[in-house]
Ligand binder design. Structure first.
Ligand code: NCD
Length: 308
């Protein structure tokens, strides 16, 4: 059985296998074909932080695989009566759940959960740390639009410091051979000394020059100290819009993991325009989560061949 905590610790082979599996599921479902029968499992969806697309797509992925889902939200649980995460996880293990998908505000919470759960745990976002299935969904979307990842220039723009999406994408895209840039103000982008595989730019135009992919990020105020950033200044200096996109390659695509704060990190015309992949990222989220859930139980579908 496999747990998925980070992209950082995944090998390129496993990343490619997960993307190949996701492609197999995507082709099956979008051609109206049946997903092959695999053993059924019961999966807990544990969301201690708000979520729309990640939670729904894990549930949809489980539906397509024929797995059963049990939903658990931190706010409606006995954790509100003082129960610890350890005791909560032990309870869920003895409720005979076979895997858990977990979102939590603390970095590393999934590793702690796995210690007590003793079965597969899939990270659905842990604090500022990682969000591996979002990066897989983004990679599948780039492959759909560009046919490759190797050699692309990718700018991740905005609140990188507070973004687990930025971290997982930096690991994944650099492992697959892209050049990754982090673009944003000094208060929102970790300095050059960071161990992340990305080059830092504080000027939007310089960071976007010749890029093939631009990924806009929301200001994640729930993880930010007050006063770190002025919204009007951020909008003026870092908004992804028709003007700022002039620096990119002419066929650049614009990505966003959602949720969007329209008119702040991205304008309406760009979010709804032909270069935007926002809705494709949501749909691809289902297929990569199918791949991750099946892989957790070592039910890997027939390979789709190399994606490289
Ligand atoms: C992201 C997250 O939760 O990290 N959302 C998502 O899962 N698509 C990004 C965000 O909250 O801004």
């Amino acid at each position: 059985m496999n747990s998925l905590f980070t992209i950082r610790n995944l090998s390129v082979d496993v990343i490619n296998d997960l993307l190949s599996s996701a492609r197999v599921y995507k082709n099956l479902i979008e051609s109206g074909l049946q997903v092959p029968e695999i053993p059924k499992h019961t999966v807990g969806l544990l969301f201690f932080e708000n979520s729309t697309r990640t939670r729904v797509s894990f549930e949809q992925a489980a539906n397509y695989l024929g797995y059963k889902c049990i939903n658990f939200s931190g706010s409606g649980s006995s954790m509100k009566k003082g129960e610890t995460l350890k005791d909560t996880i032990l309870t869920l293990k003895h409720e005979r759940l076979e895997a858990v998908v977990m979102r939590h505000e603390a970095s590393g919470a999934c590793n702690l959960a796995a210690k007590y759960f003793e079965g597969p745990v899939i990270n659905a976002g842990d604090g500022r740390h990682e969000h591996p299935t979002q990066a897989l969904a983004d990679a599948l979307t780039i492959l759909d639009r560009k046919g490759k990842i190797k050699g692309l220039k990718v700018a991740i723009v905005g609140d990188v410091t507070n973004s687990r999406v930025a971290r997982s994408n930096a690991w994944l895209l650099s492992k697959l051979g892209a050049e990754v840039r982090f673009v944003g103000p000094r208060t929102l982008v970790p300095g050059q000394s960071s161990t992340l595989p990305a080059t830092v730019y504080h000027d939007l135009r310089s960071g976007l020059i010749d890029t093939d992919v631009v990924m806009a990020l929301r200001l994640q105020r729930e993880r930010m100290d007050n006063g770190v950033v002025s919204v009007s200044e951020f909008r003026r200096l870092y908004q992804v819009n028709r003007g700022s996109l002039r620096a990119c390659a002419p066929d650049a695509i614009v990505m966003h993991p959602g949720p969007l704060n329209r008119g702040v990190e991205i304008d309406d015309l760009t979010a709804d325009g032909p270069s935007s992949t926002i809705n494709e990222q949501v749909t691809n989220g289902i297929y990569v989560r199918m791949a991750a859930l099946a892989w957790a139980f070592e039910n890997v579908p027939a390979k789709a061949g190399s994606l490289k």
